[in-house]
Design a protein around this ligand. Structure first.
Ligand SMILES: Cc1cc2nc3c(=O)[nH]c(=O)nc-3n(C[C@H](O)[C@H](O)[C@H](O)COP(=O)(O)OP(=O)(O)OC[C@H]3O[C@@H](n4cnc5c(N)ncnc54)[C@H](O)[C@@H]3O)c2cc1C
Length: 510
């Protein structure tokens, strides 16, 4: 009971399984880690946008960023751009805003929102407080050719090919970090008499025993869902989307610009993501089956692809259905779910892989662990990750509830306060009078900080009724706005074009 946990069995060889096993192996070489994946169950094969945290994760795993960029069709992502969310006028600059990864200049020290409202309200908030918008609009990369691996001039994350990413992680985890890899199908769970999992019974390799089982089996949730029967906490009444149609399309011209941010374009009954990689785009239509038929969503996607110049010859998008929600408990006895097995809600802010990274970090931080300490570890893990999922849901809902779109019941239903999370119902009236602040978010490692809420609120046309600022405060804020403008001039002039940096990194490979 008090012996240290030694054998970890990871069920699933998708991005979640390989990220968790690689990080565990890199930071706890004393563990015996086995990843089991089935050729009968393909990986989901989407999930190509990340958060800046992925830079730290890859560094901790021991991967070189240059090698990663060369292998995985990587592009740099500096945030997200939202088109058509406010009024449904996706082509107009007035219905476009950014949620950049860079914090506003002076964030936390100066009352930027009130000063912006008083002196610059005619310009978009993100544009006034940060250089990011102009860097993205100019199609610039977030770093120089000579910037070291994982270093940034402007904060960035990645877009990549999910299939190539999984392969690279697998090679690194098995070849460098000593993770065992079993290609086999798990047919049954062998329980211990105390209710733990003793082993997974595979079709060809017999029973694989372990001390801790990490369920990374995707939407099937073979261990946490099927074996332990842990239900999902449904979020369907808050975030209605429950289906996606992803497709990969080539550029019309091979040297077309590569977007330095994810573009999320709203349509009448959902939204469409557009992720630019060096050689192709990953595009997908997210929609609510209660509000739109599959045919309507396919038509919206095709119209978007036509409008954005995708070649007429296109593969047919495949339909992915999911139940929006997360497990009531992620960790039960000696089994913890990570990745899609733990839950899934729409990929609007690419939070799924970030939650995988956070789960992996947490597991690393809790080790060494014994079976005797595991129940307490599990309780804390369940509390913390329930909190995180709830905050992700708050933040995603914020993108919808301020929309003025009236072109379908989908948007009207999103505006109905009955569909808002309790916390947002409480906070929004406060934010009418003062900006979101650090104390609104209780933890130091919040998934979305107050700065993110400000970008979305003000991007969506929310105008706080703030108290007048003293001349000294206005002056301090103006100094930050001036600094952001100076950074625009310096960085837009000094940073290379996004495609040109990517081409340089590829060329030095050969
Ligand atoms: C439409 C869509 C868009 C998304 N976009 C983003 C995004 O932009 N950013 C982001 O962060 N995330 C995104 N995600 C989420 C992201 O794709 C996943 O979090 C990520 O790919 C991890 O998936 P996974 O490894 O949990 O599951 P999967 O990739 O489904 O892997 C499951 C694994 O389990 C194995 N398995 C299952 N059953 C068995 C069995 N019985 N025996 C043996 N092996 C088994 C399979 O063989 C497979 O290896 C998106 C998801 C969807 C659906």
């Amino acid at each position: 009971m008090n012996e240290r946990l030694q054998a970890v069995v990871v069920l699933g060889g998708g991005s979640a399984g390989w990220l968790v096993s690689a990080l565990l192996a890199a930071e706890h070489p004393e563990l015996r880690i086995t990843v089991i994946e089935s050729t009968d169950v393909p990986v989901i094969g989407v999930g190509e946008g990340t958060w800046p945290s992925m830079r730290d994760t890859l560094r901790r795993i021991g991967l070189s960023e240059t090698a990663f960029v060369r292998r995985c069709q990587v592009a740099f992502k500096q945030g997200s751009r939202f088109d058509g969310w406010l009024r449904g006028d996706a082509g107009s600059a007035g219905d476009r805003y950014y949620h950049p990864f860079m914090l506003p200049v002076g964030h936390g020290d100066v009352d930027l929102a009130a000063a912006w409202q008083a002196t610059q309200a005619g310009r978009p908030y993100a544009d006034v407080v940060s250089p990011s918008v102009q860097i993205c609009e100019a199609g610039r990369a977030p770093k120089q050719v000579q910037t070291p691996d994982f270093g940034a001039v402007a904060n960035y994350a990645y877009h990549f090919d999910a299939g190539l990413f999984g392969l690279m992680l697998r090679e690194h985890a098995t070849g460098v970090l000593g993770v065992q890899h079993l290609v086999d199908h798990v047919e049954a769970v062998m329980p211990h008499e105390n209710g733990d999992i003793a082993a997974l019974r595979t079709r060809e390799h017999g029973d694989v025993a372990g001390d801790l089982f990490i369920d990374c089996s995707g939407l099937a949730a073979r261990l946490i869902g099927e074996h332990y029967g842990m239900p999902l906490k449904s979020e369907r009444e808050v975030l209605f989307n429950d289906a996606a149609l992803p497709v990969q399309v080539p550029y019309a011209q091979p040297d077309a610009p590569v977007a330095p941010c994810t573009v999320a374009t709203a349509w009448a009954k959902g939204w469409i993501w557009d992720i630019g990689l060096p050689a192709r785009r990953g595009v997908g239509c997210v929609f609510s089956r209660a509000h739109a038929s599959e045919d309507e969503a396919r038509a919206a996607l095709q119209a978007y692809l036509d409008a954005t110049g995708a070649p007429a010859e296109r593969p047919a998008p495949r339909l992915i259905r999911y139940d929006p929600g997360y497990r009531q408990q992620f960790w039960v006895r000696n089994c913890v779910a990570v990745g899609l097995a733990s839950g899934f809600i729409e990929p609007l802010e690419a939070s799924a892989l970030a939650l995988v990274e956070l789960s992996a970090q947490r597991l690393c931080a809790e080790l060494p662990m014994s079976r005797a300490s595991m129940d307490a570890v599990a309780r804390r893990f369940n509390d913390d990750f329930s909190y995180r999922w709830a905050r992700v849901i708050d933040f995603l809902k914020l993108h919808y509830l301020l929309s003025q779109r009236d072109d379908s019941a989908y948007w009207r239903d999103h505006r109905d306060p009955a569909t808002w999370p309790e916390r947002l119902r409480e906070l929004l009236p406060m934010w009418r009078l003062r900006p979101p602040a650090r104390h609104d978010f209780g933890r130091i490692d919040e998934v979305f900080p107050d700065a993110s809420y400000q970008y979305v609120l003000y991007g969506m046309g929310f105008r706080p009724d703030t108290a007048p600022l003293s001349p000294a405060k206005l002056q301090a804020a103006q100094a930050c706005f001036d600094e952001a403008a100076r950074q625009v001039r310096r960085l837009v002039g000094g940073l290379p074009g996004h495609r040109s940096l990517l081409a340089h990194l590829q060329q030095t490979a050969s």
